[in-house]
Write a protein that binds this ligand. Structure first.
Ligand code: 5RP
Length: 231
């Protein structure tokens, strides 16, 4: 007798779709939802479109998400039009067991932090590869005013980091806010709150991609055995 074939493991894309769908349970009906940026959030936006008649609309954290939301018929509000959001749903590049995150792989960290700050609850959606013990293996994105880039890079070097300006098509990448991104490797961020507070004060830093003061309240983690909820 042949043993039954073991099920094909889910791809990373399928894990992202799984958590994108699971996040619908956190959307408050009749309200405006905060929407992040990235490939996992794109799955969430696609799922959100199936209940678009049950929400007022969204506040978006990037031009890319705004375009996707509008293309699917979901109204997008300016963040200044809304005082508080019940929930913000976004991905992460790394998340630890306390809900502290590194974000900004998609260069949208500044608007992501703004929308997170105006939301009562942050629901992080990620595939299991994003869960870490200590933040820092993923190159830390830092949005900087271009004239400060070299100085900020030297400051990271003093902390043992190696920083480089993110490029696109051979030129410095320009964010939705007209700024540049510095990516820093070689860091081990053992105290995310202190680190975020410190780097946020450096002249020319717009936003550091450590989300400790705006950490996740809930994380929906896509795993081979289904969606795991961490809170
Ligand atoms: C964009 C982000 C994203 O949430 C992060 O990069 C994760 O993206 P993905 O879901 O594509 O892995 O912070 O600035």
């Amino acid at each position: 007798m042949t043993a039954p074939a073991s099920p094909t493991p889910l791809s990373q894309d399928e894990l992202k779709a799984q958590v994108g769908l699971a996040a619908l349970a956190y959307v408050v009906k009749g309200e405006i939802v905060g929407v992040g940026t990235g490939s996992t959030v794109n799955k969430f936006i696609d799922a959100l479109a199936t209940i678009k008649d049950e929400i007022k609309g969204a506040v978006s954290s990037s031009v890319a998400s705004t375009e996707r939301l509008r293309a699917l018929g979901i109204p997008v509000f300016d963040s200044n039009e809304v005082e508080e959001l019940a929930v913000y749903i976004d991905g992460a590049d790394e998340i630890d067991h306390q809900g502290y995150m590194v974000k900004g792989g998609g260069a949208a960290l500044t608007r992501e932090k703004i929308v997170a700050a105006q939301s009562k609850r942050f629901v992080c959606i990620a595939d299991a590869s994003k869960l870490v013990e200590t933040l820092g293996a993923f190159p830390l994105p830092v949005e900087v005013i271009p004239m400060a880039a070299r100085r900020v890079m030297r400051q990271f070097a003093r902390l043992g980091g190696i920083a480089q300006v993110r490029e696109k098509d051979g030129l410095p990448l320009v964010t939705d806010n007209g700024q540049h991104i510095v990516d820093v490797t070689g860091l081990r961020i053992t105290d995310p709150r202190a680190f975020e507070s410190e780097v946020s004060q450096w002249p020319g830093v717009v936003t550091v991609g450590v989300f400790a003061h705006q950490k996740a309240d809930v994380c929906l983690l896509g795993t081979a055995s289904g969606v795991k909820t961490m809170q």
